[in-house]
Design a protein around this ligand. Structure first.
Ligand SMILES: Cc1ncc(COP(=O)(O)O)c(C=O)c1O
Length: 382
């Protein structure tokens, strides 16, 4: 069988070498700390698990769920946006997804024709680019630079590409850099996209993962006319990555187009999982504060030990990632190999997020703070 040419442009996994080293080390009984994947180590709240179990007792729990999600969960999301962001949403402005990744992929054909352009940030979560490749859409990579606090500048978009651009992707708080957006920046990008008839979305997977005491910011707070959309997920803040539940909120026409794609390629998420998500939204703000506190402590401890070992990093307040510079004399690959071979630490080579990440690596703070500190304190001073 010959896969289609677009599929050939997508690499399956960049880091087989690290995987082989990891397997060999584990076979030799060596200890490894995996800080590469954004899969939180914290437990799922009992009340969420109980809601999932109770969901199995609901009549017709096993039937095809409604494509757009159950009304009660939409209601929970509407209440959440109102309470946390003072944004009022209608039912047709909410779509439940099988994880936000589903929406990030399906928004491409919902908005772009084959041969159109999508403006995607780099370095970035790789799915923005791969979904463009899959759907025959060109990805224009807009650079995120440290000197601009990892916020994109529209001046980088060439004049001939702009009229062919249909979609603009933002992701704040940002994976992999940890950067956060502010209202002025959102305002500027919204205006730019409206002026140029481009659909704008923010991937808000980490909207709630910010430093304790900082107010989370939604794109929809600034997008008063609701011309854009935002993706959200239960994966990160509620430790529900495996549940596969997320949502899209905002402009009803974009949501409708997204639903049209979704309803043709899959169905709604399993009903008991939607009940679990309803329960997650019922947790108090203390729950969120506590998660933030845990990641804050991990971030502070990790930053301190990195500084002691002369490893430079971008100081920010968003997500549970730290974006670090590879020390002089190393490439991202050679440094990540050294971390694994010599110290048993697995991190993500920056190149996984695009060429602009070639001199960086990403640490995911998805282990206990003592474990993180202990692992890095063995490092030599670079
Ligand atoms: C920036 C970003 N967006 C979206 C996702 C996907 O989240 P979900 O589990 O909701 O599909 C991730 C997961 O790592 C992510 O880092």
């Amino acid at each position: 069988m010959k896969p289609n040419n677009r599929l050939k442009t997508i690499s399956e996994y960049h880091f087989q070498k690290l995987d082989i080293i990891k397997k060999n080390m584990l076979n030799d009984g060596k200890k490894i700390i995996d800080l590469s994947i954004g899969d939180p180590d914290l437990p799922v709240e009992n009340s969420i698990i109980n809601a999932l179990i109770e969901g199995l007792k609901i009549k017709d729990f096993n039937k095809y769920p409604p494509y757009e999600g159950i009304q009660q969960l939409k209601k929970g999301i509407i209440k959440y946006y109102e309470q946390v962001f003072s944004v009022k949403l209608e039912f047709e402005e909410v779509l439940i997804l099988i994880g936000s990744k589903e929406g990030i992929n399906n928004i491409v054909p919902a908005v772009c024709d084959i041969g159109d352009y999508a403006i995607i940030p780099k370095p970035a979560y790789p799915v923005y680019e791969t979904s463009c490749h899959l759907w025959g859409v060109n990805a224009f990579e807009i650079p995120l630079l440290e000197k601009n606090l990892y916020l994109p500048e529209v001046k980088f978009i060439p004049k001939d590409i702009l009229p062919k651009s249909k979609l603009f992707v933002l992701n704040y708080p940002n994976n992999p850099t940890g950067a956060v957006a502010n209202s002025e920046f959102y305002k500027e990008i919204i205006e730019f996209c409206i002026k140029n008839d481009i659909v704008l979305y923010n991937d808000g997977a980490y909207n709630e993962i910010i430093k304790e005491g900082e107010a989370p910011l939604s794109l929809l707070q600034i997008d008063k006319k609701k011309q854009c959309i935002e993706f959200g997920t239960f994966s990160k803040i509620y430790n529900m990555t495996g549940f596969r539940i997320g949502y899209a909120v905002g402009n009803s026409q974009i949501i409708k187009a997204l639903l049209k794609v979704k309803s043709n390629v899959d169905s709604g998420q399993f009903i008991p999982i939607q009940y679990a998500a309803i329960q997650a939204l019922k947790l108090t703000r203390n729950y969120v504060d506590n998660i933030r506190k845990i990641f804050d402590e991990r971030r502070q401890n990790a930053e301190q030990v990195l500084t002691e070992h002369n490893i430079d990093f971008f100081k920010s307040v968003g997500t549970f990632y730290i974006w670090c510079k590879t020390p002089a004399g190393y490439t991202t690959e050679t440094f990540c190999e050294e971390l694994l071979n010599n110290y048993g630490i697995i991190v993500t080579p920056g190149i996984a997020f695009g060429d602009l990440g070639k001199d960086y690596f990403r640490i995911a703070l998805t282990k206990d703070k003592q474990e993180i500190v202990q692992a890095f304190s063995n490092l030599k001073v670079y």
